[in-house]
Design a protein around this ligand. Structure first.
Ligand code: NAP
Ligand code: GDP
Length: 336
């Protein structure tokens, strides 16, 4: 698979150049998911003698349950935590399971953050999402606006659970001095994604549908009108940025990890890029009876740019090409 060294590695200082020699043990919850797998590949490609990494799956312990979460922390005694574990899904899964999204994520976040406090974890980075921002807002949205109004109705369960991480981080800091923070990625995609036809996010869902449509020589059916706008981030870019956050970002307040506003694309454009990557001869068609969800959630990456002005994101067509190639090569074992 074409990889992504070069420019990006030149713009996030390699850990080897840091003066830090302190031993750290990083526990990654959700280590078997889309982001966890990308982070694992990146860490393996740049191993640091002072760092030990543990990537957890739900089989290592159900993090909704405090007793199981404590057993995991007792076993590993981490100094740092990257908290990625969550109940995750695209628009249509969010619309169906609002209470489950709320409860599962509230429970998981509460257990993980409280274990971080109990076990003296010195840094915890949790994952929020740009889909938790207020629905009625001005654009671009920035980190200061998370709590400025209700989220879009389609995903309020997930959104309120995720918003509370930011509140918990502030409270843990003010009451106990804990250094817990969060990142706010946009819509993520890449190898090891969930390619389920009903429950996934739009890119993996359309990749799987396109694979099937190509075999049947039919057009790709895109749900909704295709006009909503999204900023997408490739999981490999997010892995690099998340590693930088864990090592170098020392604020409690969250940071948006996103491509710029100028790189926002419509769902229609994304579908065409997937068709191109798949070498589809048939075009696309729209099922306008299905929901469009939030029309846009344009986020500003100016805070990120202040820290990393030269970071280069993988061009979206290249990232989609790589993801399609990965899916086709791993069709039998891919999550779907
Ligand atoms: P994912 O691929 O669905 O992976 C979820 C991970 O969480 C898996 O490792 C899963 O373990 C683990 N997990 C789920 N329930 C668990 C439980 N009860 N106990 C312990 N572990 C559990 O998710 P992702 O897309 O990598 O998302 C990572 C983070 O980014 C999440 O916090 C998500 O909210 C956030 N985010 C995602 C997107 C996106 O577009 N995907 C966008 C913005 C933010 P198993 O593999 O064992 O099931
Ligand atoms: P969101 O970005 O949080 O809204 O979540 P998604 O990644 O699920 O993207 C939803 C957007 O993609 C909506 O505008 C949907 O109408 C559109 N879309 C088009 N086809 C699909 C599909 O097959 N699956 C999903 N999840 N969304 C689709």
């Amino acid at each position: 698979m074409a990889d992504d060294d070069g420019a990006v590695n030149n713009t996030v200082p390699p850990a080897a150049k840091r003066a830090c020699t302190e031993k750290i043990k990083v526990l990654v919850t959700g280590g078997t998911g889309l982001v966890g797998r990308a982070l694992e590949s990146h860490v393996i490609s740049d191993p640091q003698p002072n760092e030990e990494w543990i990537f957890l799956s739900s089989k290592d312990g159900d993090l909704r349950d405090m007793a199981q979460a404590r057993r995991v922390f007792e076993l590993h005694r981490p100094t740092h935590v990257a908290h990625l574990a969550a109940m995750v899904g695209g628009l249509f899964k969010n619309m169906k399971y609002k209470l489950d999204f709320l409860r599962e994520n509230l429970l998981m976040n509460d257990c993980v953050l409280e274990c971080c406090r109990e076990f003296g974890v010195s840094r915890c980075v949790s994952c929020l999402s740009t889909c938790i921002f207020p629905d009625k807002t001005t654009y671009p949205i920035d980190e200061t606006m998370i709590h400025n109004g209700p989220p879009h109705d389609s995903n309020f369960g997930y959104a309120y659970a995720k918003r509370l991480i930011d509140i918990q981080n502030r409270a843990y800091h003010e009451q106990y001095g804990c250094m817990f923070t969060s990142v706010i990625p946009t819509n993520i995609f890449g190898p090891h994604d969930n390619f389920n036809l009903q429950d996934s996010h739009v890119i993996p869902g359309l990749i799987h549908k396109c694979y099937i449509a190509k075999q049947k020589d039919e057009p790709l059916t895109v749900l909704g009108t295709g006009s909503p706008l999204r900023q997408f981030i490739y999981s490999k870019d997010l892995a690099r940025l998340s590693l930088w956050v864990l090592r170098e970002y020392h604020e409690i307040d969250p940071i948006i990890l996103s491509v710029g506003e100028e790189d926002e694309v419509s769902i229609r454009e994304v579908a065409l890029m997937i068709n191109k990557a798949m070498g589809m001869k048939q075009g696309i068609q729209f099922d306008g009876s299905k929901s469009d969800g939030q029309l846009k959630k344009t986020a500003s990456n100016s805070k990120l740019r202040k820290y990393l002005p030269d970071f280069k994101f993988t061009p979206i067509q290249q990232a989609i090409d790589e993801t399609v190639q990965w899916f086709c090569e791993n069709y039998d074992t891919a999550r779907k």
